[in-house]
Design a protein around this ligand. Sequence first.
Ligand SMILES: *[C@@H]1O[C@H](CO)[C@@H](O)[C@H](O)[C@H]1NC(C)=O
Length: 253
Amino acid sequence: MLLRLLLVANVGWLALVAGQNEIPTVPCYGPDCLVTEPTTEMTTLPTTESTTTPRPAGIRRTVVVIFKATTIGQDMFIQGGVNKETVRPSCTSDVNAETSDCSISINATSLGTGPHWAKYDAWREGDTKLDWFGVQPGQGIYETYVAYGTPLAWTTNAPGENGYQQLNTWGPNNWMVDLQMNCDETENGWFDVKAYLTLSGNGYESDIQQSTCTGTGADVPPPYTSNKNHVARCGYINRFYFGTGDCEINAFQ
Ligand SMILES: *[C@@H]1O[C@H](CO)[C@@H](O)[C@H](O)[C@H]1NC(C)=O
């Protein structure tokens, strides 16, 4: 009895943490179980999809990587959201990350454990939006250092080294953020990214004229062009180079 209850509780918990798009299944019926009959199917999956554009819906894992060889003490952030030059100029006068129409809801998730990730872990706390405003009210602080946007962490592809990250198939100096992103708030599945590097001029990378990207997620072009920022795809692994238009977009394996 106790064991079965624990099992049920466990399955329920797994379904909870598995994300909002999963259909929880509770394979336990009868008097010992918390659930007796499957009464109504939980159908929370989106039922209407556009037939023309492969638009990702709902909250999707989305990774942004910025390649830049940096020096010790420098930190990388991204600002961004819906493009405000051509797509949604009404955002230009917005002042607040939480209410701006160009902000996109996110949670940055863990990239690893240990001191290497301490800054990333501090700054991703309370960072609920990818936005154009830098630090968010209530966003985490590392020691006395405030964030300049959504934090990225320095990663390498060398197992055993500080900053090793499995998603990194390239090498050292690939700054990364692993996001849960609400694709419904993007422009048809796409969003702008601007990198900000501390201890480097005014911080912002120069304006970007993005090239045609390589990779399995570059099968369709972005629905707009930006004359300032990188254009990234929600639900994919997006890799950019600091200050240049080169890019790679890959689907998750
Ligand atoms: C972020 O996490 C909070 C708390 O768990 C949740 O309410 C929210 O829906 C999440 N947002 C995204 C975009 O994943």
